[in-house]
Ligand binder design. Sequence first.
Ligand SMILES: C[S@@+](CC[C@H](N)C(=O)[O-])C[C@H]1O[C@@H](n2cnc3c(N)ncnc32)[C@H](O)[C@@H]1O
Length: 182
Amino acid sequence: MFNYVGDISELSHHIIRNFCMNKNYAVDATLGNGYDTVFLYSLFKKITAFDIQQEAIESFKSNYGNNDTVDLICDSHSNIDKYIKEKADCIMYNLGYWPGGNKDITTMAYSTLESLKKALILLNSGGIISIAMYVGHNEGEKEEAFIMDFVENLPKNIYGVMLHKYLNRSKISPRLIIIEKK
Ligand SMILES: C[S@@+](CC[C@H](N)C(=O)[O-])C[C@H]1O[C@@H](n2cnc3c(N)ncnc32)[C@H](O)[C@@H]1O
């Protein structure tokens, strides 16, 4: 069992827990099974979570109940700016498809990029965006290429961008991008 390199989701939680400057408001851009939302719930005062699948929203409600702290939105995260008007301290993306669900319903390169551009504007100073990427399927590969091309060109006086990638695992093992806003 590894403590640090075991799992990129755990790693993203560790980074957010320790390095996100304020813990007021967080966005989970991809609800899925809700593990990231539950993690955010343990730290932040208020959370908004998106998923395009009503099933994911209903599953979260039946597993964790309805509460005032978590606002669940059944829409694409590419419309993030329609719903969120305040600065967010953390925005999490766990890309791909719902584990155990329909693999054809997956995050898509163009809409992820659209969402990410809006997320950067919504991100508070001292805030963090985490992006967990799964490159082992066609759309995931395309998505990674789009995201990498975009984040590599972010102005370094405002954003710090790091890639976490396994070097001694499969070439298609998941990877994690962290963006911190000054
Ligand atoms: C890998 S899962 C997320 C895992 C989740 N964060 C967790 O903790 O279990 C990806 C989720 O993104 C959702 N999704 C796909 N495209 C989306 C979009 N454009 N906007 C919001 N959610 C999307 C899928 O329905 C799926 O539930």
